[in-house]
Ligand binder design. Sequence first.
Ligand code: MN
Length: 410
Amino acid sequence: MEKIWSILMAAMILCLAVSVPSLAEGTPTLELRPSASSVQPGGEFTVELVIHNNPGIAGIRFAFQYDETLLQLTDANGQSLTDWEVGIKAKQDETGEKVDRDEVEPHHFESWIQWAKENDFKLDFNSTSFSHPKSGDLTLANPSDDIRNFWIEHTKRCRWISDEMGKAQNDPCMMNLWIHDGSKEVPASRLRYRRILEESLDEIFATEYKWMKDCIEAKLFGIGLESYTVGSYDFYLGYRAKKNKIVTLDTGHFHLTESIADKVSSLLLFTPEIMLHVSRPIRWDSDHVVILNDDVQDLAREIVRCDALDRVHIGLDYFDATINRIGAYVIGSRATQKAFMLALLEPIALLRQYEDEGKYFQRLALQEEAKSLPWGAVWDMYCLQSGVPVGESYIAEIEKYESDVTSRRQ
Ligand SMILES: [Mn+2]
């Protein structure tokens, strides 16, 4: 990632140097729009530089995957003026092949599979329909056969890759499907695109695989597509009922006042499994680093109360490139673990007894007292026994790693 950022910075400087002489009169201003998505194997991260007051070049878009960077200059209509690719020879990229997304095959991910094996990790996977010249506002819900079929092919191949990953790790690979399809303004037909998406999904899911599980993820809206989201929660809930897929609950993908915890018990009644993306929404953004807030605690409590730890897949979905990446990962994963530990420590038997007896004052009082139980000591002991830093001592460890390792990366 350090390398990606240094290349990105170099590319930005290069582009500015190239484009500045052609700027029109007036004061051009730059707006930086980084995507909030995390970079995962096969995933992408985009940065858009929107140039205001320049009729020639309206924007520069960088899209980079783990093995490549795509640089595009766009005009005011978002049309590409030119594009060129800067190859980043990542450690993971052993094939050296350049393939488009409708050509990906399991062998392109062989090094990840090997890496996971060697380090005793298990892999999940996702298709990626954004940050590509064929992305636009609509992918799997696109009325254009050409565009839609491209994304259908990509998603089919991602299921195939997931199955191979699952086979190699002897444990099913969770394949998450999220698309950004939507509209900035209210479309003339909401039904039309949802019907197309349904047909695309039917085609994608036609093949049965043994070593992967399909998860379908909704989002309230995508940035720039605020009025309509084809793959809404209702859509995927309905589709789940039709095809028995797993619904992904991304805690950053709902109305800010909506309780994700409240959805758990309803889903568990009708679906064998739930995929969670634990995240933290802030206004329009969905991917802030998870902290130990009420939402995460409510969610963990609800899963434990439903005795569903073995039916819920807990995935983390957040990213913050403005702070130390390892630090961000550790803060969010520890916060999530703390939430589940707190849930397991809840005096639930007594709470339920009070409830059965209609003692609602007592129930509320105990819920309040439970908040200040000395659970920090339990957490510290858990960390000690797990051989990981206790309390804030991980800060120093990450600082040391930053100065010894990451800061020296080229
Ligand atoms: Mn997600």
